[in-house]
Design a protein around this ligand. Sequence first.
Ligand code: CP
Length: 308
Amino acid sequence: MTPTHLLDTQDWSVADVTALFNTADVMAQVMERTIKKVPALQGFTVGTLFFEPSTRTRLSFERAARAQSADVVSFAAGSSSLSKGESLKDTLRTVDAMQADLYVVRHAVSGVPHQLARWTDARIVNAGDGRRAHPTQALLDAYTFQKNFSGFDGFAGKKLAIVGDVLHSRVARSNAELWTKLGAQVTLCGPRTLLPPELEQPNVTLTTNIREAAEGAHAVMALRLQGERMQAGLLPSLAEYRVRFGVTEQVMAHAHPDALVMHPGPINRDVEISGALADSEGSVIEAQVANGVSVRMAVLYMLLVGRK
Ligand code: CP
């Protein structure tokens, strides 16, 4: 049975993830048609509750819902009555009165989607909570690797290097959890101040040496410096950071010859990743965004209707 919510990748077994990827394959075929719409979720309503900014995640969930004929109600914190003092719980009650079946939630505070799941009977999808988790990003990243790595024969024996601001990254945490569960090795790389030692676990190694991180990697994922979550003094200087931790063509020379260049976005070109590398043949950054729609269509379908 499909889990009730998608709060963390931990709650989804390998069999759940495999079923999700198979469903995403079907959804990808829908998105290749001239008419990109099916009635699968007709009669369901999806609420998108974004208390933090988003381009990719919010738009792709809304696209994913509408492509399956669901109705969408959207909440954006900046233009809401939160600014008039309404609490989180009352905000949810208000939106819940509109009878959505599933909420996609992003919040700056870790654990808010879990709290909302206790306050509503609707399904909850975590679209990013604080620095804790971003499960659909990890799912679309692993799906993109599976679809794009030349001669993909499973995650066992594969190495993912994640480079940058690991400390503040929910994407790094969710990817490390998911890829190791699927059988891959993960190396997390960044300045010592942005590399929390507690993230070291079986099959997850930490290093401050980007060449060591990239050595033999089948995918190298660059992460943005999250200025909005960062205290002053964690970096010596941006120029030094760029030289030591920027993902460039020279860094990729250490990786597997077919290695994929990944980035969850948004990108700061020529800071955490060279602009030319982001646009290069080995880059799957746009494929990550496109696959995000198919994977999120599959998430909505599995949570609202069940396994296909
Ligand atoms: N990767 C990601 O979560 O992007 P957005 O912040 O644009 O949704």
